[in-house]
Every structure is written in C-alpha cells, then in structure tokens.
Design a protein around this ligand. Structure first.
Ligand code: SAH
Length: 341
C-alpha cells in the first residue's frame, strides 16, 4: 500500500487502523499533495516518521530541462528506479501539465519515441498524481495555491491500456478535498482502444476524449499504427459517438501531419467525409522529429492549406502550437533513456 494511491478518507482510515488520530491522516494527505518529502513534515516527530516511512511515496524529480518558451520537461523517478517524463507548459488559458501513464508503451506507433523500448510497466494512480504534485511544487504551487490548471494524459504510455489506475487517478485528482482539478480541464488521449473507450464512456467522467487518428483509411493507418489491425476507423468513430451520447462532450481528433504520407488533398477530403455531422474538433500536429524514425513533417504552408480545407469543409480545426521541441518535450519526443541506458 502506498499513501499516494489513497483518497483523503481512505488515508484517514488507514491512519486510524494504525491506532493514530485521524488528523494525522489529514496532515499526511496535505503533505503528499504539497509534494513534500516525509523528512520535511515539521509537524511529525521522528517516531511518527518512522511509522509512516514504509508507505509514504518516494518519487522525486530526477532532472529538469527548460526551454526558452517556458516549457519545462521533468524526469520523475519512482521507488523502483523507473523514470518517466512529464512536461509543464504555459498557455494563455492556464498552465498545463502533460502526464505519463505508463513506463514505455506497447502500442508501437511508427512516429512516436515513447514506444521504442516497449512497455516496462503501468504507473499506479499515485505515481501519475506524483508527477503533478512535484511539478506543481517546483513551480511555486501547493495544494491550496495550485499553479497547474489543466492536465493532458499525453505523456508516455497509452492511458486506456492502464484503465483502472487512470480512472482512479481521474477520481482522485478531481476530488474536492484533493487537487480539485475540474474534469473539464482534463484531456485523455488514446490511440483508439475501442472496447476501453466504451467502458470509459460508461464512467461519464466528463473529461475531454482525444483520439489519435493520423490517417483516413484503415490501410494507411495500419502502416503508422499497429493498433489499426485490431480496430477500424469506423469502429473508433462509433465509440466517439457513444462517448458524446453518454457525456454530451464533443471529442477531439489528433492528426499528426506526415509529409507525403497523410497530408494530401484526398486525405483532407476523406477526413471531412469521416467527421461530417459529428461534434468534434481536429487538432493538427506538425510531426516532431524523432531521431530513430525516418518520417518528415509536412511544411507549414501545406499544413495551413490542409487546415483551411477542413474548415472550408465545415470541420472545426486548428494547428496545435508545438512547445518544448528543443528539449525533446514535444509530442512523441518523450523517451526513457535513463531506464534503458
Ligand atoms: N498513447 C496516447 C497518448 C500519447 S501521445 C495516444 O496515442 O493518443 C499524444 C499525441 O502525440 C498522440 O496524438 C500521438 O499520436 C502524438 N505523437 C506521437 N509522436 C509524435 C511525433 N513524433 N510528432 C507529433 N505528434 C506525435
């Protein structure tokens, strides 16, 4: 049992089971959310610290990189030595943190660095939360005075491949007595695990669901994303419709533009046809270079043309601003070199 995996109520129950007063549970809970280490909790005696030592979270910031645009990439290390990356970004509407949900990834998308080493393991809910707590603190925030307002589950890993822990994370991070982050400010991005998307819709979490589509025919999609062998684009869109029915929330399509692969006029036309009449928004992403991959990004002016075609075709679309490229913090550049050596 790790304390970071527990709600305030569960933590207080644990503390009472240790025959200690309930308020110690609240103190523990606040310290964890403030990103403090056990040693830093001044209200605890040495003896109390010894009692809590075993179950207190031991993740820490291992390294930090800062880009000129204000983006910061953090390497967070867990108790077993595993390292993941998370990224802090400043946007006009608030500060956003991009969190990892797995160490590595087993989805095998051709353009993504996170999957190069395969899946090492899932992160627990507390380990996903820990990234937020540490980065919030490092940027001057606390539980009471949060500096992070938005969360995107777009770091390494496929969130729906770690379904239970990710759902628990969403419950804990949005709890009123917890970090109290609005579910409307949380985006979950998936490569399209259709069965899990439906299960997720049933939860009616009210988070923004984002689908990494990246192609307009199943044939083309299979070349970029192995998961396309399992689920068709039609099945994915049907699951998106189901999500809309269940939550009333529009969904988002992510479409990474790869030069000469998925950025032609015929692709734009097919995308319009696929999305017509659906309540969604398309985020076009310029491919970020990953040195092991041989794919090139579409030129800026061609991306703009593609975007305009979608808009003219009645599909809401924008090109996503890329942040943190120089520090390897942009989409698909996250990798785990500290684990694999
Ligand atoms: N596994 C989840 C979330 C992580 S990736 C998913 O597949 O959605 C977040 C987004 O970045 C996805 O849309 C992913 O396809 C995209 N991405 C991955 N590698 C990229 C790269 N090199 N350049 C641009 N976008 C990339």
């Amino acid at each position: 049992m790790n304390f970071a995996d527990l709600s305030q109520k569960e933590l207080c129950e644990q503390v009472e089971a240790m025959l200690l007063p309930k308020f110690r549970g609240k103190q523990l809970f606040d310290a964890i959310l403030n990103g403090q280490e056990l040693d830093e909790i001044s209200v605890f005696s040495q003896k109390l610290k010894q009692i809590f030592e075993k179950n207190y979270p031991k993740y820490k910031i291992f390294k930090k990189f800062e880009a000129k645009d204000g983006t910061k990439k953090y390497l967070i290390q867990f108790e077993d030595g595993a390292v993941v990356e998370c990224v802090f970004m400043k946007y006009k509407y608030g500060n956003t943190i991009c969190l990892s949900t797995q160490v590595g990834c087993r989805m095998g998308c051709k353009f993504c660095a996170s999957t190069l080493q395969g899946l090492k393991r899932n992160l627990s809910a507390g380990e996903i939360l820990g990234q937020l707590y540490l980065v919030n603190r490092d940027n001057g925030g606390s539980k009471k005075a949060r500096v992070v307002t938005n969360i995107v589950l777009m770091g390494s890993g496929e969130p729906l491949d770690n379904f239970d822990n990710v759902c628990k994370f969403i419950e804990l991070v949005s709890a009123q007595e917890g970090m109290n982050i609005s579910r409307r400010n949380i985006s979950l991005s998936t490569c399209g695990l259709v069965d899990k998307m439906k299960q997720f819709a049933e939860k009616q979490f009210d988070v923004s669901l984002t689908i990494s589509l990246h192609a307009t025919t199943d044939e083309e999609r299979k070349k970029l994303m192995p998961i396309a062998n399992k689920w068709s684009i039609a099945e994915i869109l049907e699951a998106c419709d189901f999500y809309f029915q269940k939550t009333g929330r529009r969904f988002y399509i992510e479409y990474t533009l790869v030069k000469g692969v998925n950025d032609g006029e015929e692709d734009a036309l097919r995308l319009i046809k696929l999305l017509k009449g659906r309540t969604c928004h398309v985020n076009l992403i310029m491919l970020n270079p990953v040195k092991e991959r041989n794919l090139k990004s579409t030129e800026r002016q061609d991306a703009e043309k593609f975007c305009k075609m979608l808009s003219d075709g009645g599909i809401s679309a924008t090109i996503r601003r890329s942040l943190g490229q120089e520090i390897g913090g942009a989409c698909g550049q996250l990798r785990n070199k500290f684990v694999s050596g």
